[in-house]
Design a protein around this ligand. Structure first.
Ligand code: SF4
Length: 279
């Protein structure tokens, strides 16, 4: 129901952000509609403006398993963050509302975005990603610690394919499809300014291809293969945009050397260059 209290604080969603949490300002208001079913998501996403979309995503409860998981993780906390309240809600897109570069990830991390309320914020993957974004000129600072840290994306926006932290970082196909209308709508709203879409991992690559097709863009067939440095051109009514593949900056990839800093800089630098030359 609209105006449900926050599951942890018991306060209305539009209440002031608790001091010291570092959470983002609450995008939802007491009358923000709450999606509880896949049909609700489809209906609400279909016509939302970007600020409405952000608010509605932030209170969505359409995937029972993910709602339980995100709130259980928030309640239990990791020992190293035991003193911190967790956001424990879906994570909306953030950054420039008219971005030239869009960065697409899989889903929030249980103790990263699910704790801080901002995607790729407060975890090792975010450390890697933001250091690189800063080096190529797409982020104002080299770290992303919490939503009140002053970090800004420059000409860029960051979104997750699935907006709630999933167990083992693996949403089900049903959860992916339930969440998809939020992504379709967000891409539709911001795509007119976008020149390059960086897909972090094969999951995001596939999601981008699927979502742009649903949004009415011409996507190459057969499906372009994901790889680090892979590129694919997607055509809209009046112009093209470029999809760029990158290995995900997960610890599994960065610890093993599968993804190095120069490799990530090369893809994000390519995105920044495409954005710059597109005028
Ligand atoms: S994953 Fe998406 S659709 Fe499912 S509850 Fe979270 S925000 Fe809603």
């Amino acid at each position: 129901m609209p105006g449900d209290p926050h599951p942890l604080t018991g306060q209305p969603y539009a209440s002031p952000v608790p001091p010291g949490t570092g959470w983002p300002d609450d995008p939802a208001a007491p009358d923000t509609p709450v999606a509880r079913t896949p049909d609700d998501v489809r209906r609400l996403a279909a016509s939302a403006a970007l600020d409405e979309l952000t608010a509605e995503v932030s209170v969505c409860r359409a995937c029972p398993r993910l709602v339980t998981w995100r709130e259980d993780v928030a309640e239990g906390r990791r020992a190293s963050f035991a003193h911190e309240p967790y956001w424990g809600r879906p994570i909306a897109g953030w950054g420039d509302p008219d971005p030239r570069v869009l960065v697409l990830g899989l889903a929030p991390a249980a103790h990263g975005g699910n704790r801080t309320g901002r995607i790729f914020t407060g975890d090792r993957s975010g450390d890697w990603l933001f250091a690189s974004l800063h080096r190529v000129g797409l982020a104002a600072q080299q770290t992303s610690v919490h939503a009140g840290d002053g970090q800004r994306l420059l000409d860029a926006r960051m979104v997750a394919t699935v907006r709630c932290a999933p167990p083992d970082n693996k949403p089900t196909i049903e959860e992916r499809d339930t969440c998809a209308p939020w992504l379709v709508r967000e891409l539709t709203l911001v795509a007119p300014s976008v020149r390059a879409v960086v897909c972090l991992g094969s999951y995001a690559w596939d999601a981008a291809l699927r979502t742009f097709r649903l949004a009415g863009y011409a996507v190459p067939r057969p499906k372009p293969r994901f790889g680090h440095g892979a590129e694919a051109v997607i055509s809209g009514d009046d112009r093209d945009l470029v999809l760029l593949g990158s290995y995900h900056p997960s610890q599994q990839n960065t610890f093993t050397g599968k993804l190095t800093e120069p490799m990530l800089d090369a893809v994000l630098g390519r995105a920044a260059a495409l954005a710059a030359v597109a005028g």
